[in-house]
Design a binder for this molecule. Structure first.
Ligand code: AMP
Length: 505
């Protein structure tokens, strides 16, 4: 049996699957070239048997061909992030135990040495594929398909493993709820190492037989151009992207604004998620586009869980109700279901919930209670709709839709020769949701500028994890037990522009 995603694509042969700056590619193109890619990966073996294949490719046709090629050869796809510096890439490659690395030539300099050091097979996407297509294995849908790295409350990022079956459940739930069809055309502007871009946009589009229009990188002007030119039906983004699109609209001429707004109005659905959507952003976007954004809530480990309705009343500040196939409950700290109208932790059960954290059975076991996945997010149900109240841990920060771990950043910052102690917090911000901010205690006689600090940090950490504000302090606020009191650190950032406070971006 072929994977359902592949069987469905065969029914859509002639239709356009991917549209990029290089042109339009049909489902037939995608099927043919991904089978050539699978043949290359197999290299005369029968089945990759869940070998991990890490790949670093900018958004575009080659990315999709590679992801499908890995799946069709029986491998587990491990997408790497194009903005990650070497230490982050190395961590994912090593942690996942990848045996093959596939890279776009732009990333050869960074990845080939890594592959050589670790004795891994290295493939460039520019190498010509063989015309010959070999026999491809049958893949059972219960097999592992994807590992996405996500930050947690402890230490380094964990690999979230989903099976083909999990992905199928995540995708079909959204297709039903948001009524995807093969007539849809979506503009893809999201990162392709994160669930939002991979599942909600790319895989839903391809499952539905729709067109996925991909941009090689996010640029607000280009996005508006595409919205005006492409007759799109769907758009999905994180709140930070809507903020940037609003700013670009405000900078446009009156005449242009009219065209931009009219083009949005022609779409059938615009979605926001991955972080809380501020009410002001929702309202401004409604004025500009005529769309009351559909906000949804989800997580790498569970796919999407809650969504405002496609038809019917949407409420600002609320994320609606459980999606098809998803069960949600709210529990208190003792594990009891809370009475109606009381806040509790969101727990989720569904066929879309991930299989395991990669080679971390302890973390996997800790994440579940009686078969329910514990999200670590608080919510309350009011008039039948869920409202997200926040996260249980102050050490998880959501910035621009990315989930980052304060502890992981602190660990890296402590390796700076001038930093003696540090505390990283998320501070509320209208554009980024939260900004990553670091309070630093320097070693005696040391000085640090924001610029030199960021330059150093960008070599160790993904750019979205690098603090955009720093505060040099004599000492960190601590409680009687000596533990840093993070809420106080947040408060200092909120109130103390007079202190040694810097801002960038
Ligand atoms: P990720 O796994 O990177 O998608 O991050 C998942 C986390 O993002 C969730 O656990 C929430 O804390 C947050 N999140 C996702 N969607 C929303 C939303 N609509 N409102 C508030 N927080 C959200």
């Amino acid at each position: 049996m072929n994977l359902p995603l592949i069987t469905r694509a065969e029914e859509n042969n002639e239709r356009i699957a991917i549209f990029t700056d290089e042109g339009a590619f049909t489902y037939q193109d995608l099927l043919h070239i991904s089978s050539q890619m699978a043949t290359r990966l197999l290299n005369h073996t029968e089945d990759l048997q869940e070998q991990r294949v890490a790949f670093l490719i900018p958004p575009g046709f080659e990315y999709v061909v590679t992801q499908w090629g890995i799946w069709r050869a029986g491998g587990i796809a491990v997408p790497l992030c194009i903005s990650h510096p070497r230490p982050e890439l190395e961590y994912v490659i090593t942690n996942s135990g990848a045996s093959i690395i596939i890279a776009h030539p732009n990333f050869e300099d960074i990845l080939r040495p890594l592959a050589t050091e670790q004795n891994l097979r290295f493939i460039l996407t520019s190498e010509t594929l063989l015309d010959h297509v070999g026999h491809l294995p049958e893949i059972d849908i219960t097999r592992r398909a994807l590992i996405l790295y996500t930050s947690g409350t402890t230490g380094k990022a964990k690999g979230v493993v989903t099976t083909h079956q999990n992905i199928q459940a995540q995708v079909t739930s959204l297709i039903t709820a948001w009524e995807w069809t093969s007539s849809d055309r979506i503009l893809h502007v999201l990162p392709l190492h994160h669930i939002h871009g991979i599942i909600n946009v790319l895989t839903c589009a391809l499952w539905a037989g729709a067109e996925c229009h991909m941009l090689s990188k996010f640029d607000a002007e280009v996005v508006w151009q595409r919205i005006c030119d492409s007759d799109l039906t769907l758009f999905m983004a994180v709140p930070t992207i809507y903020v940037k699109l609003i700013a670009a609209w405000e900078n446009a001429s009156k005449e242009r604004q009219k065209t931009m707004s009219a083009s949005c109005a022609k779409m059938r659905l615009m979605v926001s998620g991955s972080a809380a959507l501020p009410v002001q952003v929702l309202e401004k976007w409604q004025k500009i586009s005529g769309h009351f954004l559909l906000e949804r809530y989800g997580m790498t480990e569970i796919g999407m869980a809650l969504s405002n309705p496609l038809h019917g009343q949407r409420y600002s500040g609320y994320v609606g109700q459980p999606l098809p196939q998803v069960e949600v409950r709210l529990v208190d700290e003792t594990g009891e279901i809370v009475p109606p109208g009381s806040p509790g932790e969101i727990q989720v059960k569904s066929p879309g919930v991930f299989l395991e954290y990669w080679q971390n059975s302890q973390a996997t076991a800790k994440a579940f209670r009686d078969g329910w996945f514990c999200t670590g997010d608080f919510a309350i149900v009011e008039n039948g709709n869920y409202r997200i109240l926040g996260r249980m841990s102050v050490d998880i920060i959501k910035t621009g839709g990315y989930k980052v771990s304060a502890l992981e950043i602190e660990e890296v910052l402590r390796t700076h020769p001038d930093i003696q102690e540090c505390a990283v917090v998320g501070v509320a911000d209208p554009e980024w949701g939260e900004r990553v901010c670091a309070a630093l205690v320097l070693r005696s006689q040391c000085q640090l500028t924001l610029e030199s600090f960021r330059k150093w940090a960008k070599e160790q950490l993904a750019v979205y994890k690098v603090p955009t504000r720093i505060l040099i302090v004599e000492e960190l606020p601590r409680n009687a037990m000596g533990k840093v009191t993070k809420p106080t650190v947040v408060e200092i950032f909120r109130t103390s522009s007079a202190l040694n406070y810097s801002d960038s971006q």
